[in-house]
Design a protein around this ligand. Sequence first.
Ligand SMILES: *[C@@H]1O[C@H](CO)[C@@H](O)[C@H](O)[C@H]1NC(C)=O
Ligand SMILES: *[C@@H]1O[C@H](CO)[C@@H](O)[C@H](O)[C@H]1NC(C)=O
Ligand SMILES: *[C@@H]1O[C@H](CO)[C@@H](O)[C@H](O)[C@H]1NC(C)=O
Length: 402
Amino acid sequence: MAMTTATSLILLQLLFAVLAAGGRTKISRELESNNFGDGICQLMVETQGYSCEEHKVTTKDGYILSLQRIPTGRSGGAGKKKGGPKPPVLLQHGLMSDAMTWLAVSPDESLGFILADNGFDVWLGNVRGTNYSSSHTSLNPNDPEYWDWSWDELVAYDLPAMFEYVHGQTGQKLHYVGHSLGTLMAFGAFSRHEVLSMVRSAALLSPIAYMGQMPSPLARAAADIFMAEALYWLGLKEFAPGGGAVSKLVAEICSQIDCSNLENIITGPNCCMNSSRANLAHQQPTATKNMIHLAQMIRKGSIAMYDYGNERDNNKHYGQATPPGYNITSIPNQLPLFLSYGGKDLLSDVKDVQTLIEALSDHDPDKLVVLYREDYAHLDFVYATNAKQLVYNPLMAFFGLN
Ligand SMILES: *[C@@H]1O[C@H](CO)[C@@H](O)[C@H](O)[C@H]1NC(C)=O
Ligand SMILES: *[C@@H]1O[C@H](CO)[C@@H](O)[C@H](O)[C@H]1NC(C)=O
Ligand SMILES: *[C@@H]1O[C@H](CO)[C@@H](O)[C@H](O)[C@H]1NC(C)=O
């Protein structure tokens, strides 16, 4: 079977992870995470001449997350907003990445810096399991229980903890920007009516809620191999880039499908990235259970909580035989939403985004902006050299109105 333009979230991320890892062996996580002096502020923000603060917040289930704050723009002044406190904006990265997503290209092209330069009080989230959010009150990443979560927990614990923290620090409602998994976290939380009292508006780039129509032969191959489940039950709790199991899995998939042109498959569909800079952000580990949950969404086409695979276990966790759904239509119609999606995006597929927009068909038309970029693929929304002009300027105009 020849590889076509479509691919699955899982496989693309796998390939990415393997390429990005480039055979690196896993560095001791204790060494990585305990030295906060080498945090994202120092590595990525202060080097560009911006001030930056490192913050920590503990979730209700004990994960200690790091947040970075860029309180002022390059000028150090008040930015373009006149009077009053600056509006806070929380930026939430996608699957297997971290806050560096928003800082990885030049300050004139990276949304984290652009928002700071335009008068926003910028906060960057990092979900559990990533390099700078790998602490816990009682567990450490070598414990299997540390990895016992999927995006349900990011919705129920990580996102509310970050919102409460930023809201508490600033005394204001937040604007939100999510990319990819960061949009799924928001859709999940909003449809559960979490964090709504603290949100002012949300911009969702490469929105992911439904994944059932990804027309991908690769998704099918991945499902056939039933990879994530197999690994999970074999006891691999952590899904780490560069890990032996991930490499083995890719080898297995590539024995079924022609993977000879990996680089092109990964970067080709992105129209507008400067490839000499695009690989700056390191891939981050996630939970295998999270990958399984995403695979369930591809297979079922619905947006629901993690399926334990049998009635007894679902009953134990949910008090019902099937996992509860997230009801996108129940997101309040007045909540200002800005959705931007791309015609070449293999992960946030056009048909799936249309299903999402249909689920929002009762939304107040004044409160829903949809921006389609025909030439954009998944990573263009965070790395494209023209994203400021095509996506971020309209996004900031939308924030200005809400
Ligand atoms: C994790 O953090 C350490 C310390 O800042 C850094 O040297 C290392 O490159 C980071 N690893 C990844 C995968 O981001
Ligand atoms: C791409 O990035 C390189 C290295 O930062 C830079 O020299 C070059 O001008 C960039 N090209 C474009 C088209 O932005
Ligand atoms: C989802 O929410 C909408 C709007 O609140 C409601 O009309 C609909 O019945 C809900 N669907 C389910 C399956 O609960």
